[in-house]
Design a protein around this ligand. Structure first.
Ligand code: GLU
Length: 304
């Protein structure tokens, strides 16, 4: 399939639709991004690559990195992980507090902020040098040694992270955070600050399209069963309170971030990454979702 031609055809279609989204401003550093950027990159499981637009510019992948943290935590903890975090869609915003109180400090899933904070805590308990070892893990999966944290974004998030601090304190009060709160916050903000291009993102997540095997090193990152389960969590929980809508319109497991990126997986076929910084009301890339809807319709590559 010639995805390059399809990308430019669909991008033309998008130009006729008004983008009423807004770049995230609650993290001041994210608001400095050019709102008109648009990039897409698709990597097939046999390593063919297709790009369009600003696919080689780095951006803040934000919550997309939560899937990578979950991958490492699942490897280290096995099924014990699910005692501390659930696998149910939350139906609430990414930074919502209210469910945590009724759920006694157990986040609904690992892809909302509360869940990723628990996953961060678990990684800190397992790793000697958590930030360094986590970054090495991501570089190893992707085969890209230049992937890094962004200190500007970390500082900006730390200066404004009131809700995340509230979430972590609430969970600590229920005994679901074991390490020092400062350390958990620092790891979490670094996690969210990772920068990648669309090309890097689609390569990094390709192991989830290949049943847990890194297509580059051929290393087994996860078992087939665990890879299936992470895809299942993305399908149900990857878009906060818009997960149902994404499934309905696009029909692929995926994950978004407030930097405007989205990654989506077609098992045994491809991984696609889109970047368009303006977000809709639910905090997901407005044009990114529209593009993927058109793309899976045109190529008839929804998993359903
Ligand atoms: N760093 C962001 C936060 O904690 C991540 C949110 C997101 O990408 O959804 O608010």
């Amino acid at each position: 399939m010639d995805y390059d031609i399809i990308f430019s055809k669909l991008h033309k279609k998008l130009e006729s639709i008004a983008d009423n989204g807004k770049v995230a401003n609650y993290i001041p550093e994210l608001n400095k991004v050019d709102p008109n950027k648009f990039g897409v990159h698709l990597t097939t499981v046999d390593n063919q690559n297709f790009s369009f637009g600003n696919a080689n510019e780095k951006f803040s992948i934000q919550s997309i990195a939560k899937v990578l943290a979950l991958t490492l935590a699942y490897k280290l903890e096995d099924e014990k992980l699910w005692k501390r975090v659930g696998v149910e869609p939350s139906g609430t915003a990414f930074n919502s507090l209210f469910q945590l109180e009724t759920d006694l400090g157990i986040p609904r899933n690992p892809l909302i902020n509360a869940g990723a904070l628990v996953v961060s805590d678990i990684l800190i308990s397992h790793l000697k040098n958590p930030k360094k070892e986590f970054l090495e893990f991501v570089r190893n999966i992707s085969g890209i040694s230049t992937i890094n944290y962004c200190p500007r974004i970390v500082a900006s998030e730390k200066a404004t992270g009131y809700r995340n601090t509230a979430l972590v304190n609430l969970m600590k009060s229920y005994g679901n955070i074991k390490n020092d709160i400062e350390e958990v916050m620092d790891f979490y903000f670094n996690l969210c600050s990772i920068e990648m291009t669309c090309q890097e993102l689609s390569k990094t997540f390709l192991f989830l399209a290949d049943y847990g095997i890194s297509p580059f090193s051929k290393e087994k990152i996860l078992s087939k069963s665990k890879s299936k389960r992470i895809n299942a969590i993305m399908q149900l929980c990857g878009f906060y309170d818009e997960a149902g809508e994404f499934s309905f319109k696009v029909g692929l497991p995926g994950k978004s971030g407030v930097g405007g990126g989205i990654v989506a997986i077609y098992p045994n076929k491809y991984c696609i990454a889109v970047w368009s910084p303006k977000l809709n009301k639910r905090g997901n890339s407005n044009m990114g979702i529209k593009f993927l809807e058109l793309f899976t319709t045109e190529t008839q590559t929804s998993i359903f």
